[in-house]
Design a protein around this ligand. Structure first.
Ligand code: N01
Length: 542
């Protein structure tokens, strides 16, 4: 039952204290917290089910690259003790099953509308409420809106000449069909070599009669070393969860419990350095990036890691020319999102796999039955677009959001996203973003960042209710300072040197701004907590 002052129902309009957009991991936990605080809340979800990213990304090999025991909610002790992850890295079906389990276990579906898109949200300055236009639904009004729309959920279909004329099937990894796709006997073209391609290429190659991988930029990838989890391994986590979760939240930059580096790459001699990289390579996964504490800030240190991985590619791939093409040379190691794979490089040793280098001119044209690149036609029956997402701002931009004075969020963010703490944007009162640009988000274990933001927002709403406040808004000065700080910290690293989706570089015309906050989840949490403790410093509350 709601104990908060609710907006009265007017006519056919439906009213809630809080509307949450999206029923992925952020939306589900937000709903859970709001309910617990007695707010009336409702979630609108575009998909037919819960799970967000894990609902849409069903391509072969889709799997999380953060270990399952850590890529899981920590808010319920019972949940984290009872759920049995089967592998070190959970597959998409298992993560989706987990999301469904959470929705059922906490009876969340009752307050979620599926197959429903929030198309427009407009702030009414007189009533201090948001009016929402929701597809297939009567108008909705809410005092607060929380965008739990995800950072990588607006799939990007590239603008390639002739794509719509292709006569075979075209799939985007981020909009994969629900039925299983059998590529047996087909010639398949995969466009892109980011994480999604790196996971799907080895599996598609086992079915396709021939697989062409169209590569514009090679990526660094570390072997996953995925294994089934034993009961013993699960217990080791379960027994130590309080410390593991605390450490990940407070002590790390990326929200992953792992051994933290105690030295830089040149504090070790060449042999010791190589031994350390070999050890990290053998253990597998993203922690390779924290083998030393200066890999993302010192180019010479970074080069040692890059050179090591290039050596591994050369050792793995038999054809020298193919190996050379797969070795990234033009950007620092890890400055494009590091990939984690199972047999990606070795897949290029298969006789039915061809790497097509399109770095010079891209794909010239798609013909009804072929891909034209470098003046050659590659005949294919099906195309897989592993071409990524309009990251961090794309899913927010799809909603027509209008704040004070009718200002749209897209107009305000035309030169790049501007937020205070990644949580709110000035001129858009009572509108929160979970893991928004300007917060660690995609540079971290997403669940750690999601839980932190949800808890912060929930506590903020409870505090407002207690103090009789109706409106919260990021103050312009605090926001400007935060944007400057986010940029300043990014410039201290090697990240801005790559044409990555972190920089918006994958979307033609998108401003080049490093969007996430790279200061680390521990430091960021302390800043957010301090802001709250100081009476929500930098936010105007009335
Ligand atoms: O997308 P991407 P993704 N012609 O943007 C190429 C997360 N994720 O879906 O680099 C030809 O990384 C593009 O080339 P270039 C993870 O955070 C996690 O793979 O722009 N090629 C690039 O190679 C990840 O980083 C997991 O030159 C074109 C590729 O397409 C993020 O999602 C799994 C092109 C896009 O790579 C996005 O990954 C999957 C064109 N017109 C994803 N347009 C795990 O947890 C684009 N490309 C493991």
């Amino acid at each position: 039952m709601s104990t908060a002052p609710s907006v009265p129902n007017q006519g056919r309009e439906e009213a809630f204290d809080v509307v949450v957009v999206g029923a992925g991991f952020a939306g589900l936990y937000m709903l859970y917290r709001l309910r617990g605080l007695g707010f009336s809340a409702h979630v609108y979800e575009q998909g037919a089910g819960v799970g967000g990213t894990w609902y849409w990304n069903r391509y072969p090999g889709a799997r999380c690259d953060v270990e399952s025991m850590q890529y899981s909610y920590s808010f319920s002790e019972e949940l984290q003790q009872e759920w049995n992850w089967s592998e070190r890295y959970a597959s998409q079906p298992e993560i989706l099953e987990y999301a469904n389990h959470v929705a059922d276990r906490f009876n969340l579906r009752a307050d979620i509308s599926f197959n429903t898109r929030v198309e427009r949200a407009e702030f009414n300055e007189v009533s201090g409420t948001w009016s929402l236009t929701v597809s297939n639904h009567r108008p909705v009004r809410a005092r607060f809106v929380v965008l739990a729309t995800g950072c990588l959920s607006n799939a990007r279909i590239p603008d390639i000449k002739g794509l719509s004329e292709f006569t075979g099937k075209v799939y985007h990894t981020g909009q994969w069909p629900h039925e299983s796709i059998d590529f047996a006997g087909q010639r398949v073209g995969v466009v892109g070599t980011g994480s999604s391609a790196i996971q799907s290429v080895p599996l598609i190659s086992q079915q396709a009669s021939h697989l062409f991988v169209f590569q514009r930029t090679p990526n660094f990838s570390i072997p996953a070393r995925n294994v089934p989890l034993t009961e013993q391994a699960r217990d080791a986590f379960r027994e130590n969860y309080p410390e593991i979760r605390r450490f990940a939240r407070e002590e790390t930059r990326n929200g992953i419990y792992t051994e933290l580096p105690d030295r830089g790459a040149f504090d070790d001699g060449e042999n010791a350095r190589r031994a350390r990289y070999e050890d990290r390579w053998a253990r597998g996964g993203l922690p390779f990036l924290v083998a030393y504490n200066n890999l993302v800030i010192d180019k010479a240190a970074n080069d040692t890691a890059a050179e090591f991985v290039r050596g591994k590619i050369a050792e793995t791939v038999r054809d020298r020319e193919t190996a050379k093409l797969l070795q990234p040379e033009n950007y620092p190691f890890g400055s494009k999102r590091l990939c984690v794979d199972t047999d990606y490089y070795a897949t290029f040793n298969r006789p039915n796999v061809t790497l097509v280098d399109i770095s010079a001119g891209g794909i010239e044209e798609i013909l009804p039955g072929a891909v034209r690149a470098g003046g050659r036609d590659y005949e294919v029956d099906a195309l897989v677009l592993a071409t990524g997402f309009d990251a961090m701002t794309g899913s927010v931009a799809k909603i027509d959001i209008r704040g004070r004075g009718g200002m749209t969020l897209n107009r305000k963010w035309a030169e790049g996203p501007k937020t205070y703490l990644g949580l709110m944007s000035g001129g858009f009162p009572n509108l929160f973003i979970i893991t928004g640009p300007g917060s660690p988000s995609v540079l971290s274990n997403m669940i750690v960042s999601i839980e932190q933001h949800v808890d912060w927002i929930a506590d903020c709403l409870a505090s407002m209710r207690e103090r009789g406040h109706a409106i919260i808004e990021a103050a312009a000065e605090a926001e400007d300072k935060w944007v400057a700080h986010v940029n300043e910290v990014a410039q201290m690293t090697l990240y801005p040197q790559a044409n990555s989706w972190y920089m918006g570089a994958n979307i033609p015309g998108k401003p080049r701004i490093f969007m996430p906050y790279i200061g680390g989840v521990g430091a960021y949490r302390r800043i957010c907590d301090e802001v709250a403790a100081k009476g929500y410093r930098g936010f105007a509350m009335t």
